[in-house]
Ligand binder design. Structure first.
Ligand code: AMP
Ligand code: ZN
Length: 115
């Protein structure tokens, strides 16, 4: 699958930049966020370079589902009884890496609505 040589998450997928990888299969790689916002904060990325979640869904419903299933599996292995998953789409809501990714957060109380 195609990667982008200038993309931070593609470099992590390739092993060119180190990361604390907690889960990996053909479709996804998951690693601990470098700036965690909760006791468990894992970033789950598709092993294909695409800018955001909608772009990924247009490309492959299988890989999109794989992100969600990986989140559930990692949450179980972390012992979480509940978790929050977030796709940020666009710089205006905080997307800073333009390679689609699902945040998995848990291990503390989360307010609703989110800020
Ligand atoms: P977003 O702001 O939704 O684009 O999420 C990008 C996330 O990637 C942020 O939560 C960052 O803390 C995280 N991040 C950036 N660089 C790294 C890295 N080298 N290793 C792990 N996580 C990173
Ligand atoms: Zn990428």
């Amino acid at each position: 699958m195609s990667l982008d040589a200038n993309c931070l998450f593609c470099k992590i997928i390739e092993g060119d930049i180190p990361a604390n990888i907690v889960y990996r299969n053909d479709n996804v790689v998951a690693f601990r966020d470098i700036n965690p916002q909760a006791p468990t904060h894992v970033v789950i990325v598709p092993t294909v370079h695409v800018e955001n979640a909608a772009g990924l869904a247009k490309m492959s419903s299988v890989i999109t589902a794989a992100l969600i299933l990986a989140a559930d599996e990692i949450a179980k292995s972390e012992g979480l009884d509940g978790y929050r998953t977030v796709f940020n789409t666009g710089a205006s809501v905080g997307q800073s890496v333009f390679h689609a990714h699902l945040h998995l957060l848990g291990g503390r109380y989360f307010a609703w609505p989110p800020g």
